[in-house]
Ligand binder design. Structure first.
Ligand code: HMG
Ligand code: MG
Length: 307
């Protein structure tokens, strides 16, 4: 079976916008459950302004503990600028992700820089990270639609993806920040991006606002993409992008991929343990589109009464 590579972004994208504070210990326990489920790559946290995103204020304490407990885990952290890189490096981060949006307004709302400055800062941050021996990813956010400027120009997405590739980003992550893409558009755009970024370095990051997350992931698979971001339980969303709902749920992606002949190395039962834990922490039911069915199946096997 052909493999797909999943980065679970729940500890960062999933938690960054939650109202209920989540402790460092609870974040570690969530990561523990993801690792137990077979997840091999996690976006652990972000080194951003704690005033802008209070949930990520403990990044400096979290990263050394993650490194100590799971030395084999691929663990990346989001950094918006050189200050973020400096903090991430001091904490022992091994891989960083810069975040560049494909429109002027989204960059301003997210990281308080215009597009040109955000591009320059991303390139400088990547160069500095490489000089420190760190691995890198680069997000190209609002790659389909921007909540402020409408449909994003494909040419701009291609230009920025090529710039991030030229800057040495190990992985370029095309992001549907507000979950507005359609499968046909995903196929068209990923087919275009793969001409400027080799498939081995191309990833997609989907949000599932309109119920099209899994269909969009399938469209990306058909375009040859094998690297996916997803968030266990479907939690997530950028606080600075109005209308951004949860990420594509890891369990939905794994179910779709495994049933379509791809292997992920991830156990859905293990993911369900992680979801139950996150649900207790956030005090609300969680889960992707397949959750009701998954719970019924589990109840049949385990004799557990469905809720
Ligand atoms: P700013 O206010 O323009 O920054 O914020 P500044 O350079 O003027 O500095 C202001 C203060 O922040 C200073 O401190 C700096 O030292 C400090 P003061 O002198 O006032 O005490 N500062 C920092 N502190 C900690 N970490 C840093 C840092 N940088 C400066 N890295 C800034 C600019 C980028 C910091 C701010 O706008 C910010 O933190 N934004 C947060 C952005 C964010 O986390 N967004 C969500 C993640 S992106 C996302 O979710 C999309 C994604 O999932 C893909 C998708 O779905 O599309 C990735
Ligand atoms: Mg996101």
């Amino acid at each position: 079976m052909e493999q797909i590579f999943v980065t679970d972004v729940a500890p960062r994208d999933g938690l960054q916008n939650q109202q209920i504070p989540v402790s460092t210990d609870a974040k570690l326990e969530l990561i523990d459950k993801l690792v137990a489920a077979g997840v091999q790559s996690v976006e652990t946290t972000s080194f951003v302004s704690p005033k802008a995103v209070p949930q990520m204020a403990d990044a400096g304490e979290l990263v050394p503990q993650v490194n100590a407990r799971w030395p084999q885990l691929r663990s990346s952290v989001l950094v918006p600028n050189l200050k973020g890189l400096e903090r991430a490096h001091a904490a022992g981060a091994k891989e960083i992700a810069v975040v560049l949006s494909a429109t002027e307004t989204m960059n301003r709302k997210n990281i308080n820089m215009g597009l040109n400055e955000a591009l320059e800062v991303s390139e400088k941050t990547l160069a500095a990270a490489h000089a420190l021996g760190l691995k890198t990813r680069a997000y190209v956010a609002v790659a389909f639609e921007c909540p402020f400027e409408g449909e994003t120009s494909l040419d701009e997405v291609l230009r920025l993806s090529a710039r991030m590739h030229a800057a040495g980003a190990g992985e370029i992550v095309i992001a549907d920040t507000i979950g507005a893409a359609s499968p046909a558009q995903v196929k068209e755009r990923m087919n275009a991006v793969k001409k400027v970024v080799p498939l081995a370095q191309l990833a997609i990051h989907l949000h599932d606002t309109r119920g099209m997350g899994v269909a969009n992931a399938w469209a990306a698979l058909e375009a040859g993409v094998r690297r996916f971001d997803a968030s266990v339980g479907g939690i997530g969303g950028c606080p600075f992008a109005p209308g951004a709902a949860g990420n594509l749920a890891t369990e939905d992606l794994v179910l779709m991929a495994e049933r379509s002949g791809f292997s992920t190395g991830i156990s859905i039962d293990g993911l369900m343990d992680a979801i139950a834990f996150a649900s207790a922490q956030l005090q609300r039911p969680l889960g992707g589109r397949s959750m009701a069915w998954l719970q019924r199946e589990k109840a049949k096997r385990g004799g557990i009464q469905p809720e």
